[in-house]
Design a protein around this ligand. Structure first.
Ligand code: CA
Ligand code: CA
Length: 109
């Protein structure tokens, strides 16, 4: 089960197939490995009910207590390649002891 803490973001058409896509983030709950966090990407078209197991891509691994998935979204071409991108925050990830956090961009396509 995904935790109740996280983001939900419409992406527009991130893979260029003409169907809108969706990203769901959660930084708590069993899918999020405690507070490491997880984001699930679903390519459209989608049914009325989407299970986490149905995700087309799962993003994890930004470190213990990274809280990846707290904020997720997309729908804009951030890197200028003409394809909409996905973004997310990992507030607890920093790679150092200051825990500065990271803003991550996943290129669409
Ligand atoms: Ca799409
Ligand atoms: Ca792009």
């Amino acid at each position: 089960m995904l935790g109740g803490n996280g983001g939900l973001g419409p992406l527009g058409d991130i893979d260029g197939d003409g169907n809108d896509d969706l990203v769901l983030g959660s930084y708590s709950g069993s899918w999020a490995a405690n507070s490491d966090g997880v984001s699930l990407l679903f390519y459209g078209p989608m049914g009325a009910v989407q299970e986490p197991e149905d995700a087309d891509a799962i993003f994890t691994g930004y470190g213990p207590d990274a809280m990846w998935g707290l904020g997720v979204g997309g729908g804009r071409d951030i890197d200028g390649d003409g394809i909409k991108d996905l973004w997310g925050t990992a507030l607890g990830a920093s790679g150092d002891t200051k825990r500065a956090g990271r803003f991550l961009i996943v290129s669409g396509g």
